[in-house]
Design a protein around this ligand. Structure first.
Ligand code: HEM
Length: 482
């Protein structure tokens, strides 16, 4: 047979295979589930489905055109095709709660494969089953230890003061950058005991930024793509963390292999080193999870609080009054303590409202472990399931004036309810929620007493789905003292 003939046959087979793949990918889930009462909806384009429309950026205090149109056409629960998989999207309070509460029984955490490639298989953020349980129990005990450590609050407040001191004399700052600097410095200190000026901190930050860019890039693992760079950056961060672990071990070891009390640190790492249920790789991965979980989310929350307060002078005035009162009971430079934190009631309401209205995390990834009947439809086994947390937060049938920033609503409303789940729920509920809130509250305590600020018009939090301010949230500053 001629070369041209061979080429024609190979190309035809290839094309036929590709077309068959597309058809199977697209229609097989429907054919297999013909007898089922699937939620209404459409699969969109072959392979891509409706992923691009689903991911289209929109203000994070709205549900965006895609969810708006689909909920209007098909109801709050609908089927579609996202991230290469047939999917059920839920904007329904009851179904979201049911999904989050049934982790590992009916549903399971299921982040897209490329994310596993970057985070690694022993990351708590993607691990499931027994590995997840083991990692999580360590995380919870670490959080408890951390909160009982008196240095915990002092470190956070010192970091706030350091950042705000660096603003002195500046007419403006790019707040998104400053907030990231703050949350990174806090988490690196809490987890690894490092201060901002140590060489390890600079190196981790540099690699971490590359790592974060890769998480939201196309998963193409060839050199020079952001994805490939992120995979490499993760390896470098692992090596740095391993080196820090070794340094810590040798610093603490008395030469005979026993720990001495030459210098006692109070960070996560110190406790983590003594945990026997985790392998060395799991410990390193655990450190990375804490950095990743605690860095971007908290800085986005801070930026949203500052942005919304800038648009709500009444809320800002009440917040200032609360912090002025707290300060009036203390010496000029006396540091804050847990009792002060507990007095920050209105601050808590502001933070809670920013979490509801601003939506740091829009949705979480799950898959159905079996055919699941919910109300009058079936969610087929193996399908992806996306509970959209923001849709419930912004649902006008659940929250009055849902599209208004109104912190006072939390004076009478319980924060632990099905219609408010900014930190997820069930057995994967965020272990860092308290740390995030303390950070924001302490930051506000000093910010409102030292500065007045104005934000630029037109900059708003956009869900990509990761939230960011397009212009970086520039604050025009004026020093003040209350
Ligand atoms: C405003 C701040 C934060 C928000 C909105 C947030 C939100 C969330 C959400 C929604 C989840 C659940 C993910 C899922 O169900 O798949 C989660 C899990 C997690 N978060 Fe956070 N988080 C925040 C701060 C933090 C901080 C400060 C830390 C670390 C110190 C942290 C560490 C984690 C970890 C390790 C998990 C995985 C838990 C598990 O799978 O069991 N987060 N977070």
């Amino acid at each position: 047979m001629s070369m041209a003939g061979c080429f024609w046959i190979v190309t035809s087979i290839g094309f036929f295979g590709f077309a068959l793949g597309l058809i199977l990918d697209h229609f097989l889930p429907l054919l297999l589930n013909l007898g089922h009462d699937l939620p209404r909806g459409t699969f969109g384009w072959p392979l891509l489905g409706e992923t691009l429309s689903f991911l289209k950026p929109h203000p994070s205090n709205s549900i965006g055109a895609f969810l708006h149109d689909h909920c209007f056409r098909y109801g709050k629960v609908f089927k579609t095709h996202l991230f290469l998989s047939p999917t059920v999207v839920s904007c329904d309070q009851e179904l979201n709660y049911f999904i989050l509460q049934n982790e590992d029984k009916l549903f399971q955490c299921s982040y897209p494969k490329p994310i596993h490639g970057i985070l690694g298989e022993v990351s708590m953020l993607v691990a499931v089953g027994d590995i997840h349980k083991r990692l999580r129990s360590v995380a919870l005990s670490l959080v408890t230890t951390m909160k009982s450590n008196p240095e915990f609050l002092i470190d956070i407040e010192r970091t706030v003061i350091q950042i705000l001191d660096s603003w002195k004399g500046s007419p403006q700052v790019m707040f998104s950058v400053e907030a990231r600097k703050f949350t990174f410095n806090v988490i690196v200190k809490q987890v690894l005991g490092l201060t901002p000026d140590e060489p390890h901190t600079t190196k981790i930050l540099e690699d971490f930024l590359t790592f974060m860019k890769g998480l939201i890039s196309l998963p193409i693992n060839i050199p020079w793509t952001p994805y490939a760079k992120a995979v490499k950056a993760r390896r470098r961060i692992s090596s740095t963390v391993k080196a820090i672990i070794e340094e810590r071990r040798s610093r603490r070891s008395d030469g005979g292999g026993n720990y001495s009390n030459k210098k006692t640190s109070h960070d996560f790492l110190e406790t983590l080193l003594g945990v026997e249920s985790l392998s060395e790789d799991e410990k390193v991965s655990f450190v990375l999870d804490s950095l990743l979980g605690g860095y971007e989310t908290t800085s986005v929350l801070m930026a949203m609080v500052v942005h919304f307060l800038g648009q709500s002078p009444t809320a800002l005035a009440q917040l200032k009054l609360e912090h002025r009162n707290i300060r009036s009971m203390k010496e000029e430079d006396e540091l804050l303590n847990w009792e002060d934190y507990k007095k920050m009631d209105f601050t808590q309401n502001v933070i809670t409202e920013a979490l509801r209205y601003g939506n740091v995390v829009k949705f979480v990834h799950r898959k159905a472990l079996k055919d699941i009947k919910f109300r009058d439809y079936i969610i087929p086994c193996g399908w992806k399931v996306l509970p959209v947390l923001s849709a419930v937060h912004l649902d006008p049938s659940l929250h009055s004036d849902a599209l208004q920033f109104h912190p006072w609503r939390w004076e009478t409303q319980d924060q632990t309810c099905k219609k408010f789940t900014p930190f997820g729920g069930g057995s994967r509920c965020c272990p860092g929620s308290e740390l995030a809130k303390v950070e924001v509250a302490f930051f506000l305590h000093h910010l409102v007493r030292k500065f007045r600020w104005r934000t630029e018009d037109g900059d708003q939090p956009l869900a990509h789905p990761y939230v960011e301010f397009q212009k970086g949230l520039v604050l025009k500053l004026e020093p003040c003292s209350i």
